[in-house]
Design a binder for this molecule. Structure first.
Ligand code: GLU
Length: 507
């Protein structure tokens, strides 16, 4: 099996593109096949600098390494279509020779005039096809000598596929079943443009053939092009080697209504691209899953489920497990809702299951941005303490910054309601007993605090919240004794000594 991911570098690769790459990758791996990356960059007008690098980086980040492709080697290169231009011209000419394509000399102005003409007459949209082609200026309608003259004079032309009316194109889609198109409905697609560059259709089919692609897995939006692709395979006489097609369901907005778009990301403040993108204006720029603080393994797991499911209850799949479980048969037909909360849930699961050393590596840069570079051992404990409570990597900072920076605010609401000023001496006494601990470990601290509460006949609810507020500012957070151990004796005691007297002012 040979599968390809064939993005066009017309901008940053959206999450749907990554899903297409992932499904191709999974199937190739599962079947011991080959995963090929092909850059479809023949449309010079839509080329966006940096887009190819973005695609490569997104695939690398997700761990989807191509077996063949630009920079990856392979026996069927070059893998960038702009480097294969001469080849397409030769194949296009072959179609002319076979009577399957023709030269069209109509200028853009003439075509525009025709379109307007149709509109004025209230006719359906102008379509360059069997019904009108003999009224146009092309090598089928003009006498042979005139055609030769035009060609000799270097008149610009496009090359069009001759679609014969009166038959039906049958696509056997592995996901959608049989899809049929009447040839009358299909136009004579341009194959070569006036600048000599191939269109997507020609380049895509020629390359799929030459690169011996066996399965084309791509987004649903390409289904209607497939009719022309099948006609091209027939025109070339390549039906025998035609790849199998599978068109993936749409990815829908979080509401489930309509296709997920780039604007949804901006509107909802959620990532819909794998990585950040620096556009030429701030409006064009955005943050990706990576920069939001997702783990790539979680993103891959989340994406796998956008259109596929294993048919069991299992949700957490490593890439290896996905490879084992994946099959085209389990890809759905209907649109898959982009559920951001589910993405967060996956990330949470991956963070909780990661070991502390791994997590430390992930959050080190985030802490550094905030001016903190704690030692490895401390950082690992920090991660261990917080990992049950976070969804995204930056949450470690948000949830745990009090472990690295002084507490700036105390939970005034709780203090106002519950702090009993007359208890200050008791709490200072407890502080003193903590200060006297030889080993400032969570267990020792816990014993000391509990002994104190018992001695003073205080309920846990009368002690712990104030301990917490004094040390962290709030009443919520991970185990307070672990927090204290991590803060260390000196810092914990100093915080208590500052905070407890300050509590008096809140009452
Ligand atoms: N270049 C097309 C794209 O950008 C490829 C579609 C296909 O896979 O045939 O998605």
């Amino acid at each position: 099996m040979r599968l390809r991911f064939a993005p066009s570098p017309t901008g940053p690769l959206h999450i749907g593109g990554v899903r297409t790459a992932l499904y191709n990758f999974l199937l190739a791996r599962k079947e011991g096949g080959t995963f090929i990356l092909r850059i479809e960059d023949t449309d010079q007008t839509r080329y966006v600098p940096g887009a190819e690098e973005y695609i490569l980086e997104a695939l690398r980040w997700c761990g989807l390494k191509p077996d063949e492709g630009p920079g990856f080697g392979g026996a069927y290169g070059p893998y960038r279509q702009s480097e294969r231009k001469a080849l397409y011209t030769a194949y296009a000419e072959e179609l002319v020779a076979r009577g399957k394509a023709y030269y069209a000399f109509d200028t853009p102005e003439e075509l525009q005039a025709k379109r307007e003409d149709f509109q004025k007459q209230g006719l359906p949209n102008f379509k360059y096809g069997a019904a009108v082609r003999m009224q146009m200026r092309n090598s089928l309608s003009l006498p042979a000598n005139e055609v030769q003259e035009l060609l000799d004079a270097g008149t610009p032309y496009t090359l069009r596929l001759k679609v014969d009316p009166g038959s039906e194109v049958l696509i056997r889609d592995r996901i959608r079943g049989e899809v049929r198109f009447k040839t009358e409905e299909l136009d004579d697609k341009v194959l070569l443009k006036a600048d000599g560059m191939p269109t997507y259709h020609l380049a895509n089919v020629v390359d799929d053939h030459l690169m011996k692609i066996t399965h084309v897995i791509r987004g649903e939006e390409w289904l209607s092009s497939t009719a022309h692709h099948v006609l091209l395979y027939q025109a070339f006489g390549w039906e025998e080697q035609m790849p199998e097609f599978a068109h993936l369901p749409l990815i829908l907005k979080p509401t489930g209504k309509g296709k997920l778009s780039k604007r949804d990301g901006t509107k909802l403040g959620i990532p819909v691209f794998p990585l950040s993108w620096e556009g030429s204006t701030p409006e064009e720029s955005f943050k990706g899953f990576r920069e939001f603080g997702f783990d790539p393994r979680a993103v891959v797991n989340f994406l796998a489920f956008l259109g596929w499911n294993p048919g069991t209850e299992q949700e957490i799949f490593s890439l290896e497990e996905l490879v084992q479980a994946f099959s085209i048969e389990k890809i759905g037909k209907s649109g898959a809702r982009f559920d951001y909360d589910k993405a967060l849930w996956f990330n949470q699961q991956y963070i909780q299951a990661s070991d502390n050393a791994y997590l430390a590596e992930q959050i080190r840069p985030i802490l550094k941005e905030h001016g903190h570079e704690p030692p490895q051992e401390w950082l690992e404990k920090f991660c261990g303490l917080l990992k049950e409570r976070v969804s995204l990597y930056p949450d470690f900072w948000e949830q745990g910054k009090y472990l690295l920076e002084p507490v700036r605010e105390y939970d005034s609401k709780t203090l106002r309601k519950k702090w009993k000023p007359e208890r200050l001496p008791l709490f200072l006494e407890m502080t003193a007993s903590l200060e006297a601990l030889p080993d400032f470990t969570a267990t020792a601290i816990e014993q000391a605090v509990k002994a104190f509460a018992e001695r003073q006949q205080l309920k846990p609810g009368e002690v712990f919240p104030f301990l917490r507020i004094a040390l962290t500012g709030t009443t919520r957070g991970p185990g307070i004794f672990e927090v204290m151990e991590l803060l260390g004796k000196e810092e914990s005691i100093s915080r208590l000594k500052t905070a407890l007297p300050a509590f008096q002012e809140f009452v």
